[in-house]
Design a protein around this ligand. Sequence first.
Ligand code: HEM
Length: 493
Amino acid sequence: MSLSLVLTLLGAIFLLLLFRYILTPLFLSPLAHIPAAHPTSVFTPLWISYHRRGGSQALPAITRAHSLYGPIIRLGPHELSVRSQSAIHKVYIEKGGFAKPKFWADEFMSYGVRNMVSMQGGIGSKEHAGRKRDLGNVYAKSVLLGSGVLSDVAARVLRGMDEVLERIVGEEDNADAEKTGSGVMEVYNFNGAVNADIASSYIYGTDGRTNFVGDVAKRNEYFEHHGTWLKGKHGHAESQKWLEEFGVQLCGPGVSALRDEEKGGADAVVYKQLHARGLRGNDMASETLDHFIAGAEAPRTTLTYLQWELSRNPTRQARLRTELRTLPLDPTTDIPNLKALDALPFLDAVLMETLRLYTPTPGPQHRITPPEGTTIHGIFIPGSTRISASLAILHHNAEVFPEPGVWRPERWGGGDKERESLEEMRKWFWVFSKGSRGCIGKDFTVIVMKLIVAKMYSKYETEVMEDGNMEQEDKFLAGPVGERLVLRFRAVK
Ligand code: HEM
């Protein structure tokens, strides 16, 4: 081959690459009109990949880019981030919302099979709609608030929680008590334990439930594997295996609950519903394990931040206690009526504000545009473009939530006249996402957290003894970096 032919060939290849990787993304791609988060984001995903190293969600980088370049930005050649109401409506709500990208859905699979959260879904997805139907109304608010089962299982677990608190306040030496003094306890895993025990009772039945409140070693073992798996740490595969084996054990007693049904047993609400719809084996284990994990982890984070804020705000803590003490307790269960509890305005405001400011899943909720593409902000976006909104960014909109970084429950009303525009705030409150893929457990987790707070704060006051590093991790499930909050509990007359 002559030298001139070689040079011509090389020149042609160079021009082709220039056209494909520089000119097209810069001028010809429909995405060319969208501001780039970083100058290189137009050509390569290197910038966003760099910020995502080590399992990070790149939330600070995405937040900064939005504040510089507006409501729709280009994170990579084929990836966008949005933060406007019209955009999130299109991505997550309209026609059931866009599908999840495969890599993202796969993250949440267990036993190699898909559960609800790991289904890709998308417009008209029969698989996802079918599983939603299978679950029936087990997590519907009206069912939960009127449910004797939830009251009963919660009352049992909360009795156990109160026994632990009574013991540590009573100065006895036990596995929960720190050696630093009376009433002092590390609460991060303890909060997870109380939530896990209530969730597992409702899902698998009281025979099958975890006893993390009573069994500190098992609790810590679980959260250790859980953290390793979620954060993709070294040992991730082994921890996933451990969790899957644990999930199978939890499923076992559900079968006996089914047998007991003839005797009128009302337990294992979720297991029984799915069993009646034909779920068996790994499909059952995968679906229920996901609910259990969700029921333990996200509220662990929320309760820990709620206690941290209340402990640093004695006036608000006292106001909450006064409100809680207006509720009569059921003499048999020793917990309040669920409907009355749910209606308490200041308790609701405290929880909403904590969920807003310390969103447990604050980062991008990934989706992919449908094959025919879509139009957002008047710009055509081709099919198969990755697109997401980050929940914490929505919660920091200063026009809707003035001083967004400040924990101020009063902004939600709570009986105060100074409340901000409630309707607008609710529109921007996306902690459970929205649309057909919104959280199915949201009413369950809200009522359970309210019960725990009511039981704890009507009887005890708390102050911070040690709060290590309470900054939120930049992870999919974002707990405090220090994974530790030590409180002192004191019984209040
Ligand atoms: C503070 C507590 C919780 C928070 C902040 C939370 C948040 C979320 C969010 C943001 C999503 C959407 C995820 C996505 O689009 O990929 C979601 C979905 C989901 N959540 Fe929750 N969740 C919580 C508690 C629970 C509980 C207790 C359950 C147990 C029943 C649960 C079960 C689910 C399921 C099954 C989905 C998937 C729904 C679907 O794909 O259609 N969550 N949750």
